[in-house]
Design a protein around this ligand. Structure first.
Ligand code: AMP
Length: 335
Protein backbone atom coordinates (compact mmCIF):
# COMPACT_ATOMS: atom_id res chain seq x y z
CA UNK A 1 0.00 0.00 0.00
CA UNK A 2 1.42 3.39 -0.99
CA UNK A 3 1.13 5.76 1.87
CA UNK A 4 2.06 9.38 1.57
CA UNK A 5 3.91 10.18 4.76
CA UNK A 6 4.69 6.60 5.54
CA UNK A 7 7.67 8.29 7.18
CA UNK A 8 6.20 7.32 10.49
CA UNK A 9 7.57 3.84 9.77
CA UNK A 10 10.64 5.08 7.97
CA UNK A 11 11.82 7.31 10.79
CA UNK A 12 11.56 4.55 13.30
CA UNK A 13 13.17 1.98 11.10
CA UNK A 14 16.02 4.07 9.86
CA UNK A 15 16.88 6.54 12.56
CA UNK A 16 20.44 5.94 13.82
CA UNK A 17 19.26 5.89 17.42
CA UNK A 18 16.50 3.39 16.81
CA UNK A 19 18.61 0.29 17.60
CA UNK A 20 19.82 1.84 20.87
CA UNK A 21 16.24 2.76 21.73
CA UNK A 22 15.14 -0.81 20.97
CA UNK A 23 17.85 -2.27 23.22
CA UNK A 24 16.89 0.03 26.10
CA UNK A 25 13.28 -0.88 25.59
CA UNK A 26 14.14 -4.59 25.87
CA UNK A 27 16.13 -3.93 29.06
CA UNK A 28 13.25 -1.98 30.57
CA UNK A 29 10.85 -4.72 29.63
CA UNK A 30 12.90 -7.35 31.44
CA UNK A 31 13.16 -5.29 34.62
CA UNK A 32 9.65 -3.97 35.02
CA UNK A 33 7.67 -6.71 33.29
CA UNK A 34 4.00 -6.67 32.44
CA UNK A 35 3.20 -3.08 33.42
CA UNK A 36 5.58 -1.73 30.82
CA UNK A 37 4.31 -4.17 28.22
CA UNK A 38 0.83 -2.80 28.73
CA UNK A 39 2.11 0.79 28.61
CA UNK A 40 3.88 0.04 25.35
CA UNK A 41 0.75 -1.52 23.91
CA UNK A 42 -1.37 1.50 24.84
CA UNK A 43 1.26 3.84 23.38
CA UNK A 44 1.41 1.82 20.17
CA UNK A 45 -2.38 1.79 19.89
CA UNK A 46 -2.48 5.58 20.43
CA UNK A 47 0.20 6.07 17.79
CA UNK A 48 -1.68 3.89 15.29
CA UNK A 49 -4.81 5.91 16.00
CA UNK A 50 -3.03 9.17 15.12
CA UNK A 51 -1.22 7.81 12.10
CA UNK A 52 -2.18 9.75 8.95
CA UNK A 53 -4.68 7.90 6.79
CA UNK A 54 -5.98 10.75 4.61
CA UNK A 55 -4.25 13.42 2.57
CA UNK A 56 -4.92 16.38 0.30
CA UNK A 57 -3.58 15.69 -3.15
CA UNK A 58 -2.84 17.72 -6.25
CA UNK A 59 -3.18 15.04 -8.92
CA UNK A 60 -0.74 14.95 -11.81
CA UNK A 61 -2.85 14.92 -14.97
CA UNK A 62 -0.28 15.99 -17.57
CA UNK A 63 0.77 12.80 -19.38
CA UNK A 64 4.08 14.41 -20.37
CA UNK A 65 5.08 14.53 -16.69
CA UNK A 66 3.86 10.97 -16.02
CA UNK A 67 5.65 9.64 -19.12
CA UNK A 68 8.88 11.37 -18.05
CA UNK A 69 8.66 9.80 -14.61
CA UNK A 70 7.94 6.42 -16.18
CA UNK A 71 11.11 6.74 -18.26
CA UNK A 72 13.05 7.70 -15.14
CA UNK A 73 11.68 4.68 -13.27
CA UNK A 74 12.59 2.36 -16.15
CA UNK A 75 16.15 3.68 -16.10
CA UNK A 76 16.43 2.89 -12.39
CA UNK A 77 14.87 -0.57 -12.73
CA UNK A 78 17.23 -1.42 -15.58
CA UNK A 79 20.12 -0.77 -13.18
CA UNK A 80 18.58 -2.54 -10.19
CA UNK A 81 15.51 -4.68 -10.80
CA UNK A 82 14.75 -5.04 -7.10
CA UNK A 83 13.75 -1.38 -6.98
CA UNK A 84 10.68 -1.98 -9.15
CA UNK A 85 8.87 -2.70 -5.86
CA UNK A 86 9.63 0.81 -4.65
CA UNK A 87 8.11 2.58 -7.64
CA UNK A 88 4.97 4.70 -7.42
CA UNK A 89 2.51 3.49 -10.03
CA UNK A 90 1.51 5.42 -13.12
CA UNK A 91 -1.85 7.02 -12.41
CA UNK A 92 -1.20 7.80 -8.75
CA UNK A 93 1.40 10.54 -9.17
CA UNK A 94 0.49 13.51 -7.01
CA UNK A 95 1.77 16.30 -4.80
CA UNK A 96 0.72 15.97 -1.16
CA UNK A 97 -0.41 19.23 0.42
CA UNK A 98 -1.11 17.88 3.89
CA UNK A 99 -1.89 14.68 5.76
CA UNK A 100 -4.34 13.96 8.57
CA UNK A 101 -5.94 11.21 10.57
CA UNK A 102 -9.69 10.65 10.20
CA UNK A 103 -11.03 7.76 12.23
CA UNK A 104 -14.82 7.78 11.76
CA UNK A 105 -17.39 8.53 9.10
CA UNK A 106 -18.34 11.66 11.08
CA UNK A 107 -14.70 12.78 11.04
CA UNK A 108 -14.59 12.25 7.28
CA UNK A 109 -17.78 14.30 6.83
CA UNK A 110 -16.28 17.03 8.98
CA UNK A 111 -13.13 17.04 6.84
CA UNK A 112 -15.12 17.08 3.61
CA UNK A 113 -17.04 20.16 4.72
CA UNK A 114 -13.82 21.97 5.70
CA UNK A 115 -12.29 20.96 2.37
CA UNK A 116 -15.25 22.27 0.34
CA UNK A 117 -14.96 25.62 2.10
CA UNK A 118 -11.42 26.02 0.81
CA UNK A 119 -12.58 26.27 -2.82
CA UNK A 120 -13.78 29.90 -2.63
CA UNK A 121 -10.74 31.02 -0.61
CA UNK A 122 -8.33 29.40 -3.05
CA UNK A 123 -10.05 30.97 -6.04
CA UNK A 124 -9.95 34.31 -4.26
CA UNK A 125 -6.20 33.87 -3.70
CA UNK A 126 -5.61 33.04 -7.36
CA UNK A 127 -7.80 35.95 -8.58
CA UNK A 128 -8.52 34.27 -11.87
CA UNK A 129 -4.89 33.45 -12.66
CA UNK A 130 -4.09 29.84 -13.61
CA UNK A 131 -1.58 28.11 -11.35
CA UNK A 132 1.01 26.20 -13.37
CA UNK A 133 3.31 23.99 -11.36
CA UNK A 134 6.59 23.36 -13.10
CA UNK A 135 8.51 20.15 -12.39
CA UNK A 136 12.24 19.99 -12.99
CA UNK A 137 15.11 17.90 -11.65
CA UNK A 138 15.24 15.21 -8.99
CA UNK A 139 16.16 14.88 -5.34
CA UNK A 140 15.66 12.55 -2.38
CA UNK A 141 14.69 12.59 1.29
CA UNK A 142 17.38 10.83 3.31
CA UNK A 143 17.93 8.27 0.54
CA UNK A 144 14.52 6.79 1.34
CA UNK A 145 12.25 8.72 -1.01
CA UNK A 146 13.05 9.77 -4.59
CA UNK A 147 11.12 12.72 -5.95
CA UNK A 148 10.83 15.17 -8.81
CA UNK A 149 11.36 18.74 -7.69
CA UNK A 150 8.93 21.59 -8.02
CA UNK A 151 10.72 24.56 -9.59
CA UNK A 152 10.97 27.51 -7.22
CA UNK A 153 8.74 30.33 -8.41
CA UNK A 154 5.89 32.60 -7.38
CA UNK A 155 3.62 29.67 -8.13
CA UNK A 156 5.34 27.50 -5.53
CA UNK A 157 4.82 30.27 -2.99
CA UNK A 158 1.15 30.35 -3.98
CA UNK A 159 0.94 26.58 -3.53
CA UNK A 160 2.36 26.96 -0.01
CA UNK A 161 -0.32 29.57 0.70
CA UNK A 162 -3.02 27.19 -0.59
CA UNK A 163 -1.71 24.45 1.71
CA UNK A 164 -1.90 26.94 4.58
CA UNK A 165 -5.49 27.91 3.72
CA UNK A 166 -6.61 24.27 3.71
CA UNK A 167 -4.63 23.50 6.87
CA UNK A 168 -6.24 26.40 8.76
CA UNK A 169 -9.75 25.35 7.73
CA UNK A 170 -9.08 21.80 8.90
CA UNK A 171 -7.61 22.98 12.18
CA UNK A 172 -10.61 25.25 12.79
CA UNK A 173 -12.75 22.11 12.57
CA UNK A 174 -10.54 20.38 15.13
CA UNK A 175 -8.93 18.02 12.64
CA UNK A 176 -5.45 16.94 13.63
CA UNK A 177 -2.94 17.58 10.92
CA UNK A 178 -0.37 14.83 11.22
CA UNK A 179 2.89 16.31 10.13
CA UNK A 180 5.73 17.89 12.04
CA UNK A 181 8.01 18.19 9.02
CA UNK A 182 8.59 21.39 7.12
CA UNK A 183 6.30 21.29 4.10
CA UNK A 184 8.36 20.81 0.97
CA UNK A 185 6.09 20.15 -2.00
CA UNK A 186 7.45 17.34 -4.18
CA UNK A 187 6.38 14.64 -6.62
CA UNK A 188 7.41 11.24 -5.32
CA UNK A 189 8.40 8.60 -7.90
CA UNK A 190 9.78 5.96 -5.53
CA UNK A 191 10.00 5.19 -1.83
CA UNK A 192 11.57 2.24 -0.06
CA UNK A 193 8.76 2.08 2.49
CA UNK A 194 6.51 0.72 -0.28
CA UNK A 195 8.06 -2.71 0.17
CA UNK A 196 9.41 -3.98 3.49
CA UNK A 197 10.91 -6.87 1.50
CA UNK A 198 13.53 -4.54 0.11
CA UNK A 199 15.24 -4.16 3.47
CA UNK A 200 15.43 -7.92 3.83
CA UNK A 201 17.03 -8.02 0.38
CA UNK A 202 19.67 -5.58 1.60
CA UNK A 203 18.27 -2.47 -0.09
CA UNK A 204 18.48 0.15 2.64
CA UNK A 205 19.19 3.26 0.64
CA UNK A 206 18.36 4.78 -2.71
CA UNK A 207 21.52 5.69 -4.60
CA UNK A 208 20.86 9.05 -6.34
CA UNK A 209 23.40 8.12 -9.02
CA UNK A 210 20.75 5.77 -10.37
CA UNK A 211 18.78 8.74 -11.66
CA UNK A 212 21.63 11.16 -12.26
CA UNK A 213 20.63 11.64 -15.91
CA UNK A 214 17.39 13.25 -14.79
CA UNK A 215 19.02 15.64 -12.34
CA UNK A 216 18.07 18.68 -14.42
CA UNK A 217 15.43 17.15 -16.64
CA UNK A 218 12.35 19.29 -17.23
CA UNK A 219 9.38 16.96 -16.72
CA UNK A 220 6.69 19.47 -17.63
CA UNK A 221 4.06 21.77 -16.17
CA UNK A 222 0.90 20.85 -14.33
CA UNK A 223 -1.94 23.36 -14.43
CA UNK A 224 -3.47 22.95 -10.99
CA UNK A 225 -7.19 22.66 -11.55
CA UNK A 226 -8.21 20.16 -8.89
CA UNK A 227 -7.56 19.16 -5.30
CA UNK A 228 -8.65 15.82 -3.81
CA UNK A 229 -9.23 14.57 -0.30
CA UNK A 230 -7.88 11.03 -0.63
CA UNK A 231 -7.69 7.92 1.49
CA UNK A 232 -4.34 6.17 1.91
CA UNK A 233 -5.98 2.92 2.91
CA UNK A 234 -9.12 2.46 0.81
CA UNK A 235 -8.93 0.48 -2.40
CA UNK A 236 -7.56 2.57 -5.24
CA UNK A 237 -9.58 3.36 -8.36
CA UNK A 238 -9.15 1.21 -11.45
CA UNK A 239 -6.99 3.92 -13.07
CA UNK A 240 -4.47 3.60 -10.24
CA UNK A 241 -5.42 6.84 -8.48
CA UNK A 242 -6.44 7.04 -4.85
CA UNK A 243 -9.97 6.74 -3.50
CA UNK A 244 -11.32 10.29 -3.14
CA UNK A 245 -13.85 11.29 -0.53
CA UNK A 246 -14.25 14.67 -2.18
CA UNK A 247 -12.72 16.87 -4.88
CA UNK A 248 -12.74 20.56 -5.60
CA UNK A 249 -12.16 22.20 -8.93
CA UNK A 250 -10.14 25.37 -8.99
CA UNK A 251 -11.22 27.26 -12.06
CA UNK A 252 -10.20 30.80 -12.93
CA UNK A 253 -13.43 31.19 -14.92
CA UNK A 254 -15.63 30.87 -11.84
CA UNK A 255 -13.74 33.63 -10.05
CA UNK A 256 -14.31 35.95 -13.03
CA UNK A 257 -18.01 35.17 -13.01
CA UNK A 258 -18.22 35.87 -9.29
CA UNK A 259 -16.41 39.17 -9.69
CA UNK A 260 -18.72 40.19 -12.53
CA UNK A 261 -21.73 39.28 -10.38
CA UNK A 262 -20.28 41.33 -7.49
CA UNK A 263 -19.79 44.34 -9.73
CA UNK A 264 -23.35 43.98 -11.01
CA UNK A 265 -24.69 43.80 -7.46
CA UNK A 266 -22.63 46.81 -6.40
CA UNK A 267 -23.90 48.97 -9.22
CA UNK A 268 -27.47 47.71 -8.66
CA UNK A 269 -27.32 48.76 -5.04
CA UNK A 270 -25.99 52.19 -5.93
CA UNK A 271 -28.97 52.59 -8.28
CA UNK A 272 -27.73 53.83 -11.59
CA UNK A 273 -24.06 54.02 -10.69
CA UNK A 274 -21.77 53.11 -13.56
CA UNK A 275 -19.72 49.89 -13.29
CA UNK A 276 -16.05 50.47 -12.63
CA UNK A 277 -14.76 50.59 -16.23
CA UNK A 278 -11.15 50.01 -15.28
CA UNK A 279 -12.00 46.85 -13.36
CA UNK A 280 -14.29 45.53 -16.10
CA UNK A 281 -11.59 46.18 -18.66
CA UNK A 282 -8.93 44.41 -16.64
CA UNK A 283 -11.27 41.46 -16.05
CA UNK A 284 -12.13 41.05 -19.70
CA UNK A 285 -8.46 41.39 -20.65
CA UNK A 286 -7.56 38.55 -18.33
CA UNK A 287 -10.46 36.44 -19.60
CA UNK A 288 -9.16 36.80 -23.15
CA UNK A 289 -5.57 36.06 -22.07
CA UNK A 290 -6.72 32.90 -20.34
CA UNK A 291 -8.78 31.76 -23.29
CA UNK A 292 -5.85 32.29 -25.68
CA UNK A 293 -3.47 30.45 -23.34
CA UNK A 294 -5.86 27.53 -23.08
CA UNK A 295 -6.32 27.34 -26.84
CA UNK A 296 -2.56 27.40 -27.49
CA UNK A 297 -1.98 24.74 -24.85
CA UNK A 298 -4.69 22.52 -26.35
CA UNK A 299 -3.28 22.98 -29.85
CA UNK A 300 0.25 22.07 -28.70
CA UNK A 301 -0.96 18.99 -26.87
CA UNK A 302 -3.06 17.81 -29.80
CA UNK A 303 -0.12 18.26 -32.19
CA UNK A 304 2.17 16.43 -29.79
CA UNK A 305 -0.28 13.52 -29.51
CA UNK A 306 -0.68 13.37 -33.31
CA UNK A 307 3.10 13.28 -33.76
CA UNK A 308 3.40 10.52 -31.21
CA UNK A 309 0.74 8.48 -32.95
CA UNK A 310 2.68 8.87 -36.20
CA UNK A 311 5.88 7.82 -34.42
CA UNK A 312 4.48 4.76 -32.76
CA UNK A 313 1.60 3.90 -35.06
CA UNK A 314 -0.73 3.51 -32.09
CA UNK A 315 -2.98 5.81 -30.12
CA UNK A 316 -1.51 7.28 -26.96
CA UNK A 317 -2.94 8.24 -23.59
CA UNK A 318 -4.98 11.42 -23.65
CA UNK A 319 -3.91 14.62 -21.95
CA UNK A 320 -5.51 13.82 -18.63
CA UNK A 321 -5.19 10.13 -17.86
CA UNK A 322 -6.42 10.42 -14.31
CA UNK A 323 -8.87 13.24 -14.65
CA UNK A 324 -11.83 11.60 -16.34
CA UNK A 325 -11.42 8.27 -14.64
CA UNK A 326 -10.96 9.78 -11.23
CA UNK A 327 -14.61 10.56 -11.27
CA UNK A 328 -15.64 6.98 -12.00
CA UNK A 329 -15.69 5.87 -8.39
CA UNK A 330 -14.58 7.02 -5.04
CA UNK A 331 -14.91 10.54 -6.20
CA UNK A 332 -17.74 12.93 -5.73
CA UNK A 333 -19.70 10.05 -4.25
CA UNK A 334 -20.32 11.83 -0.99
CA UNK A 335 -20.83 15.42 -1.96
P1 AMP B 1 4.32 11.56 -0.60
O1 AMP B 1 4.86 12.17 -1.82
O2 AMP B 1 3.35 12.41 0.13
O3 AMP B 1 3.85 10.16 -0.81
O4 AMP B 1 5.54 11.49 0.43
C1 AMP B 1 6.52 10.52 0.30
C2 AMP B 1 7.34 10.47 1.52
O5 AMP B 1 8.18 11.59 1.55
C3 AMP B 1 6.60 10.50 2.80
O6 AMP B 1 6.20 9.23 3.18
C4 AMP B 1 7.65 11.05 3.73
O7 AMP B 1 8.36 9.97 4.29
C5 AMP B 1 8.59 11.83 2.88
N1 AMP B 1 8.56 13.25 3.12
C6 AMP B 1 7.64 14.15 2.79
N2 AMP B 1 7.99 15.39 3.12
C7 AMP B 1 9.20 15.30 3.71
C8 AMP B 1 10.12 16.25 4.27
N3 AMP B 1 9.87 17.56 4.27
N4 AMP B 1 11.28 15.77 4.76
C9 AMP B 1 11.57 14.46 4.74
N5 AMP B 1 10.74 13.52 4.22
C10 AMP B 1 9.57 13.92 3.71
Amino acid sequence: MEMPFAEVDIEEEFSPTSSIKAKNKKKRKRTTGRENDEDDLIKKKKKDQDRPNYFISVPITNSKISDGIHALQDTIIEKDGRLSKAMIHYGSFHVTLLVMHLSTEAAIDNAVSAFLKSQGLIEELLQGKPLDLSFQGTDHFRNQVGFVKLSESDNTTTLLKIAEIVKNLFQEKGIIIGDDKAFKPHLTFMKLSKSPKLRKQGVKKIDPHLFENFKNHHFGDEPMTRLDLCSMMKKKQSNGYYYCESSIRVEPGRWFLRRLADIKNDTGEKKGAEPDDAELLSLSKRLVENAVLKAVQQYLEETQNKNRQLDFGAPVKTEEPTLGNNMENGNGSRK
